[in-house]
Structures are given as C-alpha cells and as structure tokens.
Design a protein around this ligand. Structure first.
Ligand code: AR6
Length: 179
C-alpha cells in the first residue's frame, strides 16, 4: 500500500526490516542502547558486532525516550541505523503519544541531516513496550505525514510491519488518513 503526501510517499510492507534496501533503517531501541529482543535483536544480529561497538563508543550515555541517534549499519543493506527510543505504554496518561511522535520526527530529521532519501521504520513501541497497535498506527502515521507535508522529504518512508495484525492496523489508519 502506498500513499503520496506532497513530494513524498508512505509505503506499507509486511516482513522483516533487516532485509530492506533503504538508506536508513530504524531500530526500536531502549534508552541505554543496550540491545535486546524484537527488532533490536534482529538488527544487531544482521548488522554484526560493529553496530554495538559503534553505538557504545559514540553514545555512552544512551539516548532519551522520544529521541534517536545515528550509527552506520554494519552488514545491513543500508547506510545508517537510527536507534529510536519509543515510550513504554503506561495506559496513555504519561505523554506516550507525544513521545512516540517525537521519536519518529527525530528519525526523519536524521534522515534529512544525513541526506537519506529513503527510510524504513518498524512499529516502534508496539512489542515489548506494549503500545496498543491501533493507537500506535494512527499516531506514527500522523507524525510522519505531518513531517512530510512540512519538509517535503525524505522521498520514501516505508513502515515494515512484522505480521498480518500490525499490517492491517497500519493499513486501516493510512486509508483513513488518505480519504
Ligand atoms: N522486522 C520488523 N518488525 C519486527 C521485527 C523485524 N525483524 N521483529 C519484531 N518486529 P519491539 P518496542 C515488530 O519489541 O516495543 C527491545 O528489547 C514487533 O512485532 O522490537 O519498541 C529493545 O531493546 C513489534 O510490532 O520494540 C527495547 O528494550 C514491533 O516490531 C524494547 O524491545 C516493535 O517491537 C523496545 O520495545
């Protein structure tokens, strides 16, 4: 599924983010940048140990929730990995929505700063961090759409959803947005 917003487009795909051929792949990291399961584990395994070495050296303090930092991408078919830290879901009363938007925005800023025309996102915070999928889909897509309409770049933002349930949630939210 593909929707054009100004000069840019949002695409939805189902699969494994580590096999994407884009300029930047976004990792759903934790604030210590310590590695973990889910997308984080898959990205570190596919990229190889240089990814953790570089992350530790460049960002010993980690990264705050709602923000993101950039490294190179090791063996992945991308130039960069942007390590984004989404919020842990606490019932929706702890500023989760704004923190989720700002994690996406920071990654898109990093894409522009690093001259990346294409970027792939997982559904940040919807795994271990427990953000409800439908709410995350709506929030994530509207944060990206707002950025694209304002900045007209990057050219391509692809959400790579791991299973049918998350793909369906994002497809419904994107369809509603395109109407
Ligand atoms: N490709 C695309 N999506 C994936 C993949 C993959 N290879 N693997 C899982 N997903 P999560 P979070 C989906 O838990 O909720 C880690 O331990 C998954 O189905 O990876 O932001 C970190 O170190 C879900 O929809 O990230 C942190 O401690 C989505 O990606 C913590 O988890 C995000 O799930 C971050 O939790």
């Amino acid at each position: 599924m593909l929707v054009q917003f100004g000069h840019s487009r949002i695409e939805l795909a189902q699969g494994d983010i580590t096999s994407q051929q884009v300029d930047a792949i976004v990792n759903a990291a934790n604030s210590r940048l310590a590695g973990g399961g889910g997308v984080d584990g898959a990205i570190h395994r596919a990229a190889g140990p240089t990814l953790m070495d570089e992350t530790r050296t460049k960002y010993p303090e980690g990264c705050s929730t709602g923000s993101a930092v950039a490294t190179s991408a090791g063996r992945l078919r991308a130039k960069f990995v942007f390590h984004a830290v989404g919020p842990i879901w606490r019932g929706g009363v702890a500023g989760e929505a704004e923190l989720l938007s700002s994690a996406y925005r920071r990654c898109l800023e990093l894409a522009v700063e690093n001259a990346c025309p294409s970027i792939a996102f997982p559904a940040i915070s919807t795994g271990v961090y427990g953000y409800p999928m439908d709410l995350a889909a709506e929030r994530s897509l509207s944060a990206v759409r707002a950025f694209l309409l304002e900045h007209q770049q990057p050219e391509l933002v692809r959400f790579v959803l791991f299973d049918g349930g998350s793909f369906g949630a994002f497809a419904r939210a994107l369809e509603a947005m395109a109407e």
